[in-house]
Structures are given as structure tokens and as C-alpha cells.
Ligand binder design. Structure first.
Ligand SMILES: [Ca+2]
Ligand SMILES: [Ca+2]
Length: 142
């Protein structure tokens, strides 16, 4: 029982801390809803849209399966009307050298974010949600 408890605790803490740095970015699947908990990880390196950079962020990553158009959005029914204000940036490159590709602050309903952009097959993209405005929890979809 004790062993089980420690094992669960380990799983729980990895889940909480996994998305706090570029190196530990969560590998996301396309067309799947992810929940962003407390935004408390390393900040994004540069603001890819006009405006301030938050001082904490949560990190996600995916590799494009083919050349395609991708939409990153927090403009989902469950987030709308909740007073949630999200902001994200998209980078290519590597953790040592992140290059701005895209991002969005307020294109969704209220202050939610949505942006469509093109990706290239077998290229890695980092999606970083930061606390430019607030640290509310919310869902997003790619
Ligand atoms: Ca976190
Ligand atoms: Ca916003």
C-alpha cells in the first residue's frame, strides 16, 4: 500500500510539472482537447505578437504529420463567458533556439485566442500559453 502511494504521488507530480519548461513540454495530439492548469512554468523567450510577455508559461509541443493548416484555439464553448483571457505563442526551432512563428491574444470571443497557420511535415512546433493577462485554467485544442 505504501509503495502504491509513493508511485501515485510520483505520477501526480510528473503530471503537474511536466509542462513547465521547453525541455519538458507535453507532446500533444492533434484534435484533442488539453486542459491548462496553473500557469507557473518558465516564461516564453520572446513575444511573437505585439504586447507584453508574461513571466510564467506552460509548454506544449507537437510534430506536424504532414504539410497542413493548423488552428490553435482556446475559443471553445467551455471557456467562453468565464472571463478567461488567454494568450499563446508558437515557435519552431529547438529549445536552445526558439524562433517565433505565430501566436494570438484576443481573436476569440471575449479575450480568448485563436489562430490558424501553416505547418511543414516532420517539423516540431512549440505552443506556449503564458500569463500575459491572467493564470486562469482553461481548455485548448490544436
Ligand atoms: Ca505548470
Ligand atoms: Ca487574450
Amino acid at each position: 500500500m505504501k509503495q502504491f502511494y509513493f508511485f501515485s504521488l510520483f505520477l501526480f507530480s510528473s503530471f503537474i510539472y511536466a509542462q513547465n519548461t521547453c525541455q519538458d513540454a507535453i507532446n500533444i495530439s492533434l484534435e484533442t482537447v488539453y486542459h491548462v492548469n496553473t500557469i507557473d512554468g518558465n516564461p516564453a523567450p520572446t513575444a511573437c505578437t505585439s504586447g507584453n510577455l508574461g513571466n510564467v508559461a506552460e509548454w506544449y509541443v507537437f510534430t506536424a504529420p504532414q504539410d497542413m493548416e493548423i488552428m490553435v484555439t482556446s475559443n471553445l464553448t467551455q471557456n467562453q463567458g468565464q472571463g478567461i483571457d488567454t494568450n499563446f505563442y508558437v515557435y519552431t526551432g529547438s529549445c536552445a533556439n526558439l524562433v517565433c512563428l505565430s501566436g494570438d491574444d484576443d481573436s476569440g470571443i471575449g479575450y480568448l485566442s485563436v489562430k490558424t497557420f501553416n505547418v511543414i511535415a516532420n517539423t516540431t512546433y512549440y505552443i506556449v500559453w503564458d500569463n500575459r493577462w491572467q493564470i486562469n485554467t482553461f481548455d485548448f485544442l490544436v
